[in-house]
Design a protein around this ligand. Structure first.
Ligand code: SF4
Length: 486
C-alpha cells in the first residue's frame, strides 16, 4: 500500500511574521509515531510543508493529514485534491477533534483524540475494506507502542531532529488549552513505560534531546525514574514543566543532573484573577521568583510563555510583563494574544457571552484578536503584543537580561541563545536554504553545556515584588501549534 503522510504548513507561512527557523525546529513526530503502525511493506512518504515543497502529483492509496487550526484550510484543500485523485483520505489532530463535522466534509475518515490505538484499528478495518467514518478510542496507553519511524524524518531539515515525546496530555485543566477537548472520553494524562522511553532515547544519535511533552515533570514518579535512567547517558536536553512542579521536592535537581539545560514555562499572567478565570489553579499563589532562582541556580535557562488579553489585563500589562522577564533573566519569551480555540472551555464561555468576532481559523494564531476584549481595546492588545516582542528582543534588553546571571558562563550562554535565536535571521535563512541545519546541532549542544552557578543575589533580593504572582504552564497556547518558541 502507498501511504502519504502530510503536515501542511500553518497559515503564518504566508505572513510577514514567517520565520523559517521557527518552523524548522521539530520534525512531524506525531505522523512518524503513527507511521510505526504501518506494515513493513507499505511504501510511506512523509512530507512536512514547513521545510519542503509538497509533491501532490502522486496517487497514494491512503493519505494521512495532520490538522492544526491555522493549517486547516490548507489541509482541507490538500484532502479534497487527493480524494479527487481516488485516494482514501483521513484527517486527525487538534482541530479535527475540535471541529469534527467541519473536517468530515473533507475526509473519508476522521480521528478524534490521540491515534495510538485508533489508527491501528483503522488500518485493520481499511485493509478489510470496512473503514468507519469516525475513530476515537477510550483506551489510552503508550505501553508497547512500536518505535517511532524516525527513518521517515529528513533530519537535515531540522534544527532539533532529536525531538521526543514520552507522555501524552497533562494532569491540569486550563480553560484556554486544547488538552481536555483533545483527550475527552478517556485518560487525559499517561506516560510511556520508563524502560521503553529510555530505549527511545538510546536510539537517538548525538547528545541533544528536546522533550515535546506538555509537562515533562507531570508524573513525578515517572520523571524521577526517567532521569535516574538517563544518568550517565551524557545528554543535554530541553523540555517543559509547570512552576509548581519546579518548586516541589527535588525533581528539578534530578532533571538538571540528567542534563536538563532549558525549560519552557507558561507564566501566562501576573494576575490571580486572570489565573482563576483560566482555571489555572495549579499556579495560584506560587512564588515564581523562587522558581526562577531555583532554575537559574541549576544553570537551567528559561523560555517563558505569556498571554495577553485576559479580562483583567489593562494597558500596562505589556510593559510589566517585559520588564519582569528582563529583570528575572528570562532567556527567551513567547508572547501570545489570548485565543479561544474551538472545543476549549474558553471558547464555550466566549460563545455564550457572544464575544467571538471571527471564525476565520487562519487568524487563530495567537497574533490576532479574534474576540471582544474587556479592559483593553483590540487595537491596544495587538499593538501591545507587537511592542512586547520588539522590546524584549531589543539588544538592550537581551544584554540587560543576560547580565542578571551570576556566572559569566551563564551570561554568555544567555546572550548566545537569545541573540542567536532572534537576531540572525538572514544567517538562519541561509543555513536552511543550504540544508545545513543539522550542522548547527553541535553549536546548540555547546550552548546548552553545563554551568555551575550559585543562587543569584540580585534576584534573591528581588523576592516579594512579584512573589505570589502566579504563573502558568508550558504548553497552553504554544502547544496548539507544532512549535514552541517565538
Ligand atoms: S495549559 Fe499546560 S498545564 Fe494547562 S492543561 Fe494545558 S498543557 Fe496542562
Amino acid at each position: 500500500m502507498k501511504v502519504k503522510m502530510i503536515l501542511p504548513a500553518l497559515a503564518e507561512a504566508e505572513s510577514p511574521f514567517w520565520r523559517p527557523i521557527k518552523y524548522s525546529l521539530f520534525p512531524p513526530l506525531g505522523l512518524a509515531t503513527l507511521a510505526a503502525h504501518l506494515a513493513p511493506d507499505d511504501e510511506v512518504d512523509l512530507q512536512d510543508q514547513h521545510v519542503e515543497t509538497l509533491q501532490l502529483d502522486d496517487y497514494p492509496d491512503l493519505v494521512v493529514i495532520q490538522v492544526y487550526i491555522t493549517n486547516a484550510y490548507r489541509a482541507y484543500a490538500i484532502a479534497d485534491h487527493y480524494r479527487l485523485r481516488g485516494a482514501y483520505v483521513i484527517l486527525g489532530g487538534l482541530h479535527v477533534t475540535s471541529m469534527p463535522d467541519e473536517a468530515a466534509q473533507h475526509a473519508d475518515s476522521i480521528f478524534l483524540g490521540p491515534g495510538d490505538q485508533s489508527f491501528p484499528t483503522f488500518l485493520s478495518d481499511f485493509r478489510q475494506g470496512v473503514p468507519k467514518r469516525r475513530y476515537s478510542s477510550p483506551v489510552r496507553t503508550l505501553d508497547n507502542i512500536p518505535p517511532v519511524r524516525r527513518d521517515l524524518i529528513k533530519r537535515d531539515r531540522y534544527l532539533v531532529p532529536n525531538s521526543i515525546v514520552v507522555t501524552r496530555g497533562c494532569p491540569h485543566h486550563c480553560d484556554f488549552c486544547y488538552k481536555d477537548a483533545f483527550f475527552e472520553g478517556g485518560r487525559t494524562f499517561y506516560t510511556q513505560l520508563v524502560d521503553q522511553a529510555l530505549q527511545e532515547i538510546e536510539r537517538l544519535p548525538g547528545r541533544h534531546l528536546y522533550f515535546l511533552d506538555d509537562h515533562l515533570l507531570g508524573n513525578a514518579g515517572f520523571a524521577r525514574a526517567l532521569f535516574d535512567g538517563m544518568q550517565g547517558m551524557n545528554r543535554v536536553f530541553q523540555g517543559a514543566a509547570t512552576i509548581d512542579s519546579i518548586l516541589r521536592g527535588n525533581l528539578i535537581e534530578k532533571a538538571a543532573d540528567a542534563g536538563l539545560r532549558s525549560v519552557f514555562i507558561g507564566f501566562e499572567t501576573f494576575s490571580p484573577a486572570n489565573l482563576k478565570q483560566s482555571n489555572k489553579k495549579q499556579n495560584l499563589a506560587k512564588d515564581y521568583t523562587s522558581a526562577v532562582e531555583r532554575l537559574h541556580s541549576l544553570g537551567i535557562m528559561i523560555n517563558g510563555s505569556f498571554v495577553f488579553g485576559l479580562d483583567e489585563d489593562d494597558n500596562d500589562v505589556f510593559k510589566r510583563t517585559v520588564d519582569w522577564g528582563v529583570e528575572h533573566g528570562i532567556t527567551t519569551a513567547t508572547y501570545h494574544i489570548l485565543t479561544p480555540y474551538p472545543g476549549t472551555n474558553l471558547y464555550k464561555t466566549m460563545v455564550a457571552e457572544n464575544r467571538i468576532v471571527t471564525h476565520d481559523w487562519n487568524l487563530y494564531d495567537t497574533r490576532h484578536v479574534v474576540y471582544r476584549t474587556t479592559r483593553l481595546t483590540a487595537d491596544q492588545l495587538k499593538h501591545g503584543y507587537d511592542w512586547a516582542y520588539k522590546e524584549f528582543y531589543s539588544w538592550t534588553n537581551i544584554i540587560a537580561s543576560g547580565m542578571t546571571h551570576a556566572s559569566n558562563k551563564h551570561k554568555l550562554k544567555h546572550l548566545l541563545y537569545a541573540g542567536g535565536w532572534k537576531k540572525f535571521e538572514p544567517v538562519w535563512n541561509f543555513i536552511i536554504k543550504t540544508k545545513q541545519l543539522n550542522t548547527m546541532l553541535p553549536v546548540l549542544e555547546s550552548i546548552l553545556s553545563k554551568i555551575k552557578t550559585e543562587i543569584q543575589p540580585n534576584l534573591a533580593n528581588d523576592k516579594g515584588r512579584f512573589a505570589r504572582l502566579s504563573v502558568g504552564s508550558p504548553t497552553t497556547v504554544a502547544d496548539s501549534a507544532p512549535v514552541f518558541h517565538d
